[in-house]
Design a protein around this ligand. Structure first.
Ligand SMILES: N[C@@H](CCC[C@H](N)C(=O)O)C(=O)O
Length: 301
């Protein structure tokens, strides 16, 4: 059998990798010179879990100097994370994605482990890729920047018979964070939750549903703009941490103390700290699962 599998290559086309961070999964497209044509329909086909590779989004790896949106950041960050949601839409930032992106850069020899900078549409993010230990890949920490709480802070999230007050938190991308009694109240999340006033989110919104698990420990589900319910959202977990800290009277700007929360997501666990200067740091896993080639025939079809 392995002879048959090894006998010849059956496809040839652009390389891709598949990776995930707390089960938020991505197709990674190395495109250093920015030459790939990546229209929204192709992103959606790649992310299709039956007719494509399957993913919550695409991470295109482009040199900042080769991408017009990233050119102004090229002196600070060699690589630009061109992130797309599974419906093909563009997003400013992806917290799980930036950890997986950094893991790819290190494994591919394009960056060294330790400190590295990644350009995103939300600005440059500093990433620390911890050295691996035997059998345990090092975790990745991202300085996610400061949360913004656009006014009016309070919005309303509704699903079925339930309405909850929610906090408008921007982590480079938009979030509405609702504390609920039970994560099951969010239902199957096949449909996009309603968030009012809609004018608070002119470009759409990611919605987080949160319950308490213990002191400085919460659990969440998320409905992502452009991808539907996913198993994790890094920017969403940061937004949740900030909302929980405000609710709990633990805002570092007020207490003068950093605060750390454990945020459980369906696909794993993230640890998030808000520093006294307001910068939010997220730590979690980043895994590369596979590498392959796209079929040129499939691309043409
Ligand atoms: N899963 C990501 C967020 C991806 C972008 C989001 N769907 C949006 O449109 O803003 C994360 O880990 O942060």
């Amino acid at each position: 059998m392995s002879e048959i599998l090894n006998s010849r290559r059956v496809v040839s086309g652009p390389r891709f990798l598949k990776g995930h961070g707390t089960e938020n999964d991505f197709v990674i497209l190395p495109d250093p010179d920015g030459v790939l044509d990546l229209p929204p329909a192709l992103v959606a086909r790649l992310c299709d879990r039956r007719a494509g590779i399957g993913a919550d989004g695409v991470l295109r790896v482009v040199r900042s100097a080769a991408h017009p949106e990233a050119l102004p950041m090229a002196a600070e960050a060699e690589w630009f994370m061109d992130y797309r949601n599974s419906d093909g839409s563009v997003a400013e930032m992806c917290g799980n994605g930036v950890r997986v992106f950094a893991r790819y850069l290190v494994l591919a020899g394009l960056a060294k482990s330790g400190e590295l900078a990644v350009a995103t549409r939300a600005g440059v993010r500093q990433v620390h890729v911890a050295a691996d230990r035997p059998g345990a890949p090092g975790e990745v920490t991202v300085r996610m920047g400061r949360a913004e709480l656009p006014g009016p802070g309070s919005v309303t999230v509704s699903v079925g018979e339930y309405d909850w007050p929610a906090l408008n938190v921007n982590m480079g991308n938009p979030h509405a964070v609702a504390f609920v009694d039970d994560l099951a109240q969010a239902g199957n999340l096949y449909a996009t939750p309603s968030v009012e006033p809609a004018s608070a989110y002119p470009t759409g919104v990611n919605v987080e549903f949160v319950v308490d698990r213990g002191p400085r420990h919460v659990a969440m589900r998320v409905h992502e703009r452009g991808s539907g319910e996913t198993r994790s959202c890094g920017t969403g977990a940061c937004a949740v941490m900030v909302a929980a800290a405000r609710r709990d009277g633990a805002d570092p700007a007020v207490t003068g103390q950093p605060v750390t929360y454990t945020v459980d997501v369906p696909g794993g666990r993230l640890v998030i700290t808000e520093r006294v200067d307001g910068v939010v740091e997220m730590t979690g896993p980043a895994v590369i699962v596979a590498e392959g080639e796209l079929s040129a025939d499939w691309l043409k079809s």
